[in-house]
Ligand binder design. Structure first.
Ligand code: ADP
Ligand code: MG
Length: 653
């Protein structure tokens, strides 16, 4: 094109496109899901802008927030058009040429590039492109089925442009002089590869749109053919359809048919008098016959009732699972671990669906401290507002996915104003409660978690097999989040502490809870004993445990570096204090010989204290914590434990 400006794809994009274009991945259908999802995002954006400025929508068809799909069999083009926000020339260059993510810190971008590179590598080795949408590069999946793609786009702030590329490392952008004006929005034209002609089949498209757009909240129309019965006037001189067929047949092949045809015509024809009679009967009505005719019209393919607006009793498990997949852009076969769909009433009204994903994302804790990303989508009265609203859930629950739709929040204010709205506090509070309830239930329903006495009842329930071990799985993926919650959320500390799991000196490699620990405490034991260290093996050999083990006390093993911080916040649980057994102040019940021993070793302790005086020693004491070792170094009650020293040292290195 004469006025085209040429650009090169960012190297990371180019590499991805090479992989896609050469991919043997069998599920090429996914391109449609990605395009529909982009169209829906673009529609969400314009609808959001229209909240504060109605003008942006324009008039007539432009104001219809919809998606349209057309098939052009002759030219082998599949096109998808939306009346969304559209793209300016600058947007086209940036969005369809680089993987730049907007408004993020340098650290986040670097982290993103690392994860992205790992993803591309994995995609290349596994050949599985299913997760492409999660990495903000779903658009390029069009090259699974097309070898040439045009993107025609019109944004309110710019002229209409055509972006085009044959996936050869470059793309071009031209001011559009060829196509009908779009008004506003984007049309993606896929020039289908020879082996992808199946996407010109209406039935195939209908089936795919149904499959991939179940949860799209905008109408999707297909320019579909329709057979209609049409009454056409009968022309007596013209042969009818069957006759025509025979005539046609005989003219090219067999002459005997001609005779037969002529005979038939003769036999059927009526005498002139008869014909006159018939004509007089309905002389005003022209003679007609019914013929099948093909016409085209926009056919609506989806039902736009949002899942969260439905009655939870009427939504099936399968629908919840599919909804999760579309929310999370995760189209594996894995079911979410759990979900909670509820309707909050009262001063602040909202509907919400929360999910515990089947797995933690790779970067969950890497990006924990420099990202505020919550994974909840916020809607206000059915209008999508944002999926980057960090006021909805605390950071430690950012692993949850879901949606919140509130009728109480105002619609026509800026995102910033909304962020400060007083109702958000109430919403957040309720969401946390519901989330923690959902996690607690995961544990309660897990037969592995119950105490022996009620095990039997649960085992008899039908779905107990499926639920077996689910909490251990949850703990493995998201346990750290619960610990971070205990540190950060004082209000819910006790609720979160209930969800804690750990191993102990007696748990035999299994996970146990504080409630279970307390139920096994020896009579006379006041405190909850724990010890911190780098591994269970190391802790089992610790001299600090000698006496406790001998006396049959159970000690909790905390082996995750975050546990040290955790225990600075978790002072007590259900009126029991926590006692680090490697610290000063351990009381294992009274011993009658205590006083006597203290007295007889008085001189030794004094001598020892004097000898070590220069060595950062606080005190030398007779203790009853050891059984076999002669002595042990203990940290003071308020100082760092030896394990904490170790962690701090490794962090400053
Ligand atoms: P993602 O949707 O995750 O951002 P994509 O690769 O699917 O990643 O799309 C890249 C970007 O291109 C989008 O973020 C959006 O800015 C832009 N885009 C794609 N399709 C459209 C469209 N139909 N209308 C407007 N913008 C679009
Ligand atoms: Mg996308």
């Amino acid at each position: 094109r004469a006025n085209a400006e040429k650009f090169e794809f960012q190297a990371e994009v180019s590499r991805l496109m090479d992989i896609i274009i050469n991919s043997l991945y069998s599920n090429k259908d996914i391109f449609l899901r990605e395009l529909i999802s982009n169209a829906s995002d673009a529609l969400d954006k314009i609808r959001f802008l229209a909240l504060t400025d109605k003008e942006v929508l324009g008039e007539g068809d432009d104001a219809k927030l919809e998606i349209q799909i057309k098939l052009d069999k002759e030219n082998k083009i599949l096109s998808i058009r939306d009346r969304g926000i559209g793209m300016t020339k600058e947007d086209l260059v940036k969005n369809l040429g680089t993987i730049a993510k907007s408004g993020t810190s340098a650290i986040a971008i670097t982290n993103y590039l690392i994860i992205y590179t790992a993803f591309v590598e994995k995609m290349q080795t596994s050949g599985d492109l299913n997760l492409i949408g999660q990495f903000g590069v779903g658009f390029y999946s069009v090259y699974l089925v097309a070898d040439y793609v045009e993107v025609i786009s019109k944004h309110n702030d710019d002229k209409q442009y055509v972006w085009e590329s044959k996936a050869d490392g470059a793309f071009a952008i031209s001011e559009d002089q060829w196509n009908e004006p779009l008004g506003r929005g984007t049309e993606i034209r896929l020039h289908l590869r020879d082996e992808a002609q199946e996407y010109l089949d209406e039935y195939k498209l209908k089936e795919l749109v149904k499959k991939y757009s179940e949860f799209i909240n905008f109408p999707i129309h297909l320019w579909a053919s329709k057979e209609v019965d049409e009454e056409v006037p009968v022309d007596e001189d013209e042969p009818s359809e069957d006759e025509e067929f025979i005539v046609h047949m005989n003219s090219i092949s067999c002459s005997s048919l001609t005779i037969k045809y002529t005979l038939m015509r003769t036999a059927e024809s009526k005498s002139p008098e008869e014909e006159d009679e018939e004509d007089s009967e309905d002389d005003k009505k022209a003679k007609t016959k019914t013929v099948k005719k093909t016409t085209y019209e926009w056919e609506l393919l989806n039902d736009v009732k949002a899942v969260w607006l439905r009655n939870p009793k009427e939504v099936t498990d399968e629908e919840y699972t599919k909804f999760y997949h579309s929310l999370a852009k995760d189209f594996g076969d894995e079911k979410p671990m759990s979900w909670s769909h509820f309707n909050a009433e009262g001063d602040v009204e909202f509907k919400a669906v929360l999910y515990v994903p089947p797995k933690a994302p790779q970067d969950l804790y890497e990006s924990y401290y420099n990202s505020n990303k919550s994974n909840l989508k916020l809607y206000v009265r059915r209008v999508f507002i944002s999926d980057e609203f960090d006021e909805l859930l605390p950071k430690y629950l950012s692993f949850l996915k879901g949606i919140v739709d509130s009728d109480t929040l105002p619609l026509n204010v800026s995102r910033e104003m909304l962020q400060q709205h007083s109702s958000l506090k109430t919403i957040k509070k309720k969401l946390i409660r519901k989330a923690l309830d959902m996690i607690r239930k995961l544990a309660e329903e897990d037969p592995d978690e119950s105490n022996d006495k009620d095990k039997k009842d649960i085992e008899e329930s039908s779905d107990s097999n499926e639920k077996k071990g689910q909490y251990a799985k949850f703990w493995n993926e998201f346990g750290k989040s619960i610990k971070l919650g205990i540190i950060e959320d004082a209000t819910n500390r006790n609720r979160l502490a209930k969800l804690l799991r750990f191993e102990t000196s007696k748990s035999d490699g299994k996970l146990t809870s504080l409630d279970q620990y307390i139920s096994r405490m020896k009579s006379g034991q006041k405190d909850i004993f724990y010890i911190t260290g780098s591994s269970k093996e190391q802790l089992e050999k610790s001299p600090f445990l000698e006496r406790l083990t001998k006396k049959n006390f159970e000690v909790i093993f905390f082996t995750d570096p975050v546990d040290e911080y955790l225990m600075q916040y978790l002072m007590d649980y259900e009126d029991r204090k926590f006692q680090n057994v490697s610290k000063e102040g351990l009381k294992i019940g009274k011993d009658s010989k205590d006083k006597e021993l203290k007295e007889s070793f008085k001189d030794l302790t004094k001598w020892w204290k004097g000898t070590l005086a220069g060595e950062n020693i606080d005190d030398v004491k007779i203790s009853n914590r050891l059984a076999d070792s002669p002595c042990v170094v203990v940290t003071s009650k308020y100082g760092w434990s030896a394990n904490m020293e170790r962690i701090m040292q490794s962090q400053t290195l």
